[in-house]
Design a protein around this ligand. Structure first.
Ligand code: ADP
Ligand code: MG
Length: 539
């Protein structure tokens, strides 16, 4: 460890050279070790307790790392991989972090052999490019029309998560939801709203062909249920005064006041009449609806919700085909949305508005139910994995075999490719290839099987040309996983490879860490370096 007292102020810490590399690699490795036990269908869950005592129970890589509030700079970069993976595909977070950790761990072996970090980085880059090429080659094209395959993708994604027991119903909901909202081969996951409802059991979760709003109708006198709903969507207030401006009106005699009130009444009346004459029997308003308007709307039997958020209004618009109207004079029958049923439903102490049975909804809602918040939240995360995977397959139409099959085949072909390179880069490519075996070996280990045995068998099968042979953790057997329909999106693997490689290379190239210590206000990044490395330095 060296510090230059002439150049740097006292409170700057600096580590350079091999120390810096070692420290960063160790941090990265630790992050990968943390998430490792959750990988695959037999992975275990983690319980995370926040300082305020809130509990999260999860199996989801990105959630674990996010909640841990890691502060070591290199470890933070590892957490970034998980976040990128989550936002790009929505699944494969554990895999990507594990790979980055292993790439770095293996690089350390080469560093120990006095191979320079830039040479390793170059070798890794070559390995990554080749790996992407092979991956593409090995992927299989499927038709997004094939609902069975989409369901199977969702099942593989949700296996081992909280949703395990209901994964068959859930996978059906997911593939149906994605198919409904997809347009021209693209899917916007924002069109699938996830609403969580405590109470009842997981099996009561449902796909609503429409929207579920956490809103009640504004008056008890309005109908509880509308059949054959004609829905008006408006983003202007149905009230007179602009609540943001205080107005003062001086009146000199009661007659004037009466006249003034009458005029207000008249205006509200005409607003409501225009809505009624459009043929609407349901109204969703983004702004306020005042008492008099409420009274009139109830009298006309119009189901009304007010202060509906813009994003919900847009979802209702997409689900029902109705147009959001900004000017009362434009309310007309053509722009109304349609739904089979709009109704108010009570759940525990809350009221919800269900808009159901939309004919060709471009926005749907998945209603997740369960006994406790922990259960519902973890199922929500499993749903996000499943949705992300199915959406990605609808987009790219490419899948790869799971259960470690793809990693073993990639690893084998990369090693063959390495033979064509010379010298030190060859060694780096071989280490990169070896790192990929971390996935099948961990799947085996988490499944209570001997990782070395399983790896040996898998490699032997792949040597024979059985490229789709993987570990099926349901049967505990080495077999053709495509036959067993353990399939994953191509995109999950390609994204995991690229973000893991990128970060590994970036960390590898760092040989000088200059860090500010926290100042008195504590608003600087804070972490400790040490000769050794203990978990505290991750915090
Ligand atoms: P990630 O966060 O990386 O998605 P997961 O915990 O979801 O991690 O595990 C994904 C891994 O589990 C993939 O490698 C996938 O192939 C594997 N997997 C899924 N189902 C099975 C199965 N039935 N048998 C063996 N491996 C499986
Ligand atoms: Mg997953």
């Amino acid at each position: 460890m060296a510090k230059n007292p002439d150049l740097l102020p006292e409170d700057i810490q600096r580590i350079i050279g091999r120390d810096a590399q070692r420290n960063n690699i160790l941090a990265a490795k630790m992050v990968s070790e943390i998430v490792k036990t959750t990988l695959g269908p037999k992975g275990m869950d983690k319980m995370l307790v926040s300082p305020s005592g809130e509990i999260i129970i999860t199996n989801d890589g990105v959630t674990i790392l996010d909640e841990m509030q890691i502060e070591h700079p290199a470890a933070k970069m590892m957490v970034e991989i998980a976040r990128t993976q989550e936002s790009e595909v929505g699944d494969g977070t554990t895999t990507s972090v594990m790979l980055a950790g292993k790439f770095l761990e293996n690089a350390e072996r080469l560093l120990d052999k006095k191979i320079h970090a830039t040479t390793i980085a170059k070798g890794y880059r070559i390995a990554h490019d080749k790996a992407q090429e092979i991956l593409k080659d090995l992927s299989l094209e499927i038709s997004p029309e094939n609902e069975e395959v989409l369901k199977q993708i969702a099942i593989t994604a949700m296996t081992g998560k909280g949703a395990e027991d209901s994964k068959h119903i859930f996978s059906e909901m997911i593939s149906k939801a994605v198919k409904l909202v997809s347009e021209n081969g693209d899917v916007d996951l924002n069109d699938i709203k996830i609403e969580k409802l405590k109470g009842n059991s997981i099996a009561d979760s449902e796909l609503v062909q429409g929207v579920v709003l956490n809103k009640e109708k504004i008056s008890q006198d309005m109908p509880k249920k509308i059949i054959e709903a004609k829905i008006a969507l408006v983003d202007f207030p149905i009230e007179i005064k602009n609540p943001e401006i205080d107005t003062k009106i001086s009146v000199t005699d009661p007659g004037q006041l009466q006249k003034f009130l009458k005029e207000e009444e008249y205006e509200i009346r005409s607003l409501v009449e225009k809505i009624v004459s459009s043929g609407a029997n349901t109204l969703f308003c983004q702004k306020g609806v005042d008492d008099f308007a409420k009274y009139l709307l109830a009298k006309e039997g119009i189901y009304t919700c007010r202060r509906v958020s813009r994003s919900d209004l847009e979802k209702i618009s997409k689900a029902t085909g109705g147009k959001i109207i900004s000017n009362i004079d434009e309310v007309n029958s053509y722009d109304l949305g349609d739904a089979e049923i709009v109704e108010e439903v009570k759940n525990k102490d809350d009221y919800y508005t269900y808009i159901r049975g939309c004919k060709n909804p471009k926005s749907v809602t998945i209603l997740i139910r369960g006994g406790t918040d922990h259960v519902i939240d973890e199922i929500g995360r499993a749903f996000m994995d499943g949705l992300g995977d199915v959406a990605s397959v609808v987009r790219t139409k490419l899948v790869v075999p799971g259960g470690g099959a793809i990693e073993i085949e990639l690893s084998k072909r990369l090693r063959e490719f390495a033979q064509s390179l010379d010298g030190r880069e060859q060694l780096a490519v071989v280490e990169y290839a070896n790192a990929l075996e971390f996935i099948p070996s961990t799947l085996a280990e988490n499944g209570g099987l001997d990782p070395i045995d399983i790896l040996t068998q898998l490699k032997a099968e792949h040597e024979k040309g059985e490229k789709n042979t993987g570990l099926n953790l349901f049967s505990g057997k080495i077999e053709n996983v495509l036959g067993e329909k353990i399939i994953e999106p191509y995109k999950v693997k390609s994204q995991a490879l690229s973000s893991a490689s990128e970060v590994a290379i970036m960390i590898l190239r760092i040989d000088d860490v200059i860090a500010s210590k926290p100042n008195k206000e504590g608003n600087m990044e804070k972490y400790e370096f040490g000769n050794g490395f203990d978990t505290r330095s991750l915090r």
